[in-house]
Design a protein around this ligand. Sequence first.
Ligand code: PLP
Length: 371
Amino acid sequence: MNIPFVDLKTQYLSLKGEIDKAIFDVIEDLSFVGTSNNKYVSEFENKFSEFTTAKYCIACANGTDSLEISLKALGIGIGDEVIVPSLSWIATSEAVSNIGATPVFVDIEPEYYTIDVNKIEEKITTKTKAIIPVHLYGHPADMEKILKIASKNNLKVVEDCAQAHGAKINGKVVGTFGDLGSFSFFPGKNLGAFGDAGGIVTNNEALAKACRMISQHGQLDKKHYHYIEGRNSRMDGIQASVLNVKLEYLTRWNDLRNEKALLYSNLLNGLPIQLPKGKSGNFHAFHLYVIRCECRDDLMKYLGERGIATAIQYPTSLPFLEAYKQGKHIKEHFPISYEYQSKILSLPIFPELTSEQVVFITDQITGYFSK
Ligand SMILES: *Cc1c(COP(=O)(O)O)cnc(C)c1O
């Protein structure tokens, strides 16, 4: 049995009629680019703010831009420092550098892979302006503690929700805890377009306005009236129309991800591997189902030979990337993320993954450990 890491084809085929129509509507209307009067983009912004319960949603070109625009809207720039977790996709720290500030890495905590809230305060300096918690793999970061630290130290909070659309803490959707919530709609994310797309949510009107201006050349509603210099970061009409269709299914898809995760965990229980955990009160969006074991590389090879695609998110944690070598980071400063980079393995998880496929995968893993 060949099992892909994600299966966007099956998802497309299950919605083909709806999606094809949505795309053709945009073409018929020539509503290609998300300027302020693009009805598909506005519809998505309204729907997504409703989904997250945030007052405002600003669509933009991708999830890296949504981080950069958020930081800029907060007035962060040259000479400032922003705290980020040591384990994330590079976009999180890259966004900080791209606006002229410096990312300051904090190790992750060992159970949930999110930023270790007990190690944040020791990294705060007079230059620190913000924290970017990442809800990595779909598990919410500890927002209660992060917000406490932020308010005590007068810091802003931008949540990186790129892997956590619909994840919740005590019933409240992530993205609405911090000053701003940043989302990516890259095709493989829990809510994915057919190309690049991103979005920002906030309850703060002034920040919403600032994000809107930055993303569309400093304009708000009046064409050729530029309040500031901004940039070009618009969502395409076609991407918005695909997202409008798919957003209706997101809750169901997240539930299916959870069902598959639970099945994995039941079937893998008792093997010498660490299974993903969800903190009580949290709803895990299971963008990824990440296990840990000593024999990661060997197990990955074994599963690959049996047709099962797996991945590593991420094989090198941020401080140890070539891109950050000037920081001369040492493993003693990031012991958890350093240790985990050789142990973590992401198994296939997507809403269309069948129970039979999960059973096949877990049978192979059980077989590996009994050989
Ligand atoms: C995907 C991702 C991003 C960036 O999103 P793009 O849309 O690819 O720019 C940012 N942060 C995290 C944690 C991600 O997984």
